[in-house]
Ligand binder design. Structure first.
Ligand code: T4K
Length: 372
């Protein structure tokens, strides 16, 4: 009964700036009366994010889904695209919205990203691109994916929604592939409430993407493409500028939480989790654990419900697999026999609470629940 009265611990909690500071920027917006359409804060945030992330060209969006849709438009991707079933559903929806057939390929359990070993077998004459996901911010095997793309003349668009600030050997993961997308949703390491970005390689492509996110306008009277409206407004850009100042601290705090979880769970039979990868600067965006029911003595769902009953709201990201949803389950690549690893992992995963507002006692409650 005592546990029932304890406060709920959510899987995440948004990073928010000091309210007075935000108010100061809102005052500037109010005074200028310029509230959207490539305003001063939008421009400042694009530049600040390029500097922070170590990329040259980035375009801000209203969320992390529209950059996926727009990337496919910008590169005229058609036919079939190879992707992962183990992601948030937006990844595959972006293909569907472009009239592209998703082809699901199984994942590698060491990073939950698409398994490069299995990509080639899924390529057909209609394949035009690969859309992998750096799941939980764990880098995919970008070297092998690029080698396959080069061999078959395919484009690569990384859904890097979880990979804000992730680096491999000192270089941003966002530089991999032809384009990479980010989500700045409230639940992410870095947020603008809703928001996102598309990282591209050159000024010409950035110009085209900027047209596409503004209805295709290339001037007051000229429309060069069937664009959409996905521009970030000034209020969110201002929030983004302030959150950028505190994101390093937030990542450090998340790292401390990850260290505590790993220490506590290291010897628990039947619970697997990720350690840091050599040469990778992680962002600790999620802390997934994988429950082996036989060894742990309880199924994933039993543990999930036990946690919930104690007010610990972990989430089963990513269960069910995208390939099981009604829109996609009829695709030839969707049967679980084609996706045995993803199917198993989706049935084992729970993402533990991971955010900057977790107290020492919150962290203790989480692992006490798993250990006892
Ligand atoms: N690609 C990938 C790989 C993605 O993971 C995502 C989004 C996208 C693309 C698309 O990006 P966006 O278009 O969304 O920018 C959440 C997010 O809505 C979604 O952004 C995210 N991935 C997905 C993995 O998770 P839900 O439905 O689980 O969120 P929700 O509302 O249940 O929130 C989870 C917990 O977070 C709450 O229990 C409490 C906390 N929370 C949430 C919100 C919204 C807060 O404390 N404050 C808040 O404002 O989808």
């Amino acid at each position: 009964m005592e546990k029932m009265n304890q406060k709920q611990i959510t899987v995440t909690s948004p990073l928010l700036p000091d309210l007075d500071e935000f108010h100061g920027l809102l005052k500037e917006i109010w005074d200028s009366k310029w509230i959207t359409n490539n305003g001063q804060f939008h421009q400042q945030l694009e530049k600040a994010l390029c500097d922070y992330l170590g990329v040259e060209y980035l375009s801000l969006f209203t969320n992390g889904t529209l950059p996926l849709i727009t990337a496919l438009q910008a590169m005229h991707i058609t036919g079939e695209v190879i992707t992962t079933p183990y992601s948030f559903v937006a990844t595959t929806h972006a293909l569907w919205w472009n009239g592209i057939k998703p082809v699901f390929v199984d994942i590698d359990p060491s990073n939950c990203g698409i398994d490069p070993e299995k990509i080639e077998a899924a390529i057909t004459p209609r394949t035009t691109a690969i859309m992998p996901v750096h799941c939980y911010g764990k880098p995919c095997d970008t070297v092998r994916i690029q080698a396959i793309a080069d061999k078959y003349g395919l484009k690569v668009i990384y859904d890097a929604a979880h990979a804000f600030g992730v680096e491999v050997n000192g270089e941003s993961i966002l530089k991999q592939g032809n384009m990479a997308t980010l989500s700045f949703h409230a639940t992410k390491v870095y947020n603008t409430a809703e928001g996102g970005a598309l990282v591209v390689k050159d000024a010409e492509t950035k110009k085209r993407v900027d047209y596409l996110k503004n209805f295709g306008f290339a001037g007051e009277t000229e429309v060069v493409a069937p664009g959409i409206n996905s521009k970030m407004d000034e209020i969110r850009a201002a929030l983004g500028l302030l959150n950028l100042k505190q994101v390093d601290k937030a990542i450090e705090k998340r790292q401390q939480v990850a260290i505590r979880y790993r220490e506590a769970l290291r010897d628990v039979k039947g619970i697997r989790f990720f350690d840091d990868m050599p040469g990778v600067k992680h962002n600790y965006s999620y802390f997934p654990i994988f429950v082996n029911a036989d060894e742990y003595g309880m199924t994933r769902d039993e543990l999930y419900c036990k946690m919930k009953a104690q007010g610990i709201l972990g989430r089963r990201y990513f269960y069910p697999l995208i390939s099981t949803f009604s829109t996609y389950c009829g695709l030839p690549s969707a049967p679980y026999e084609n996706l045995p690893v993803a199917t198993r992992i989706a049935n084992e995963v729970i993402c533990l609470p991971m955010h900057t507002a977790l107290s020492e006692s919150d962290i203790n409650r989480v692992f006490d629940c798993i250990i006892n």
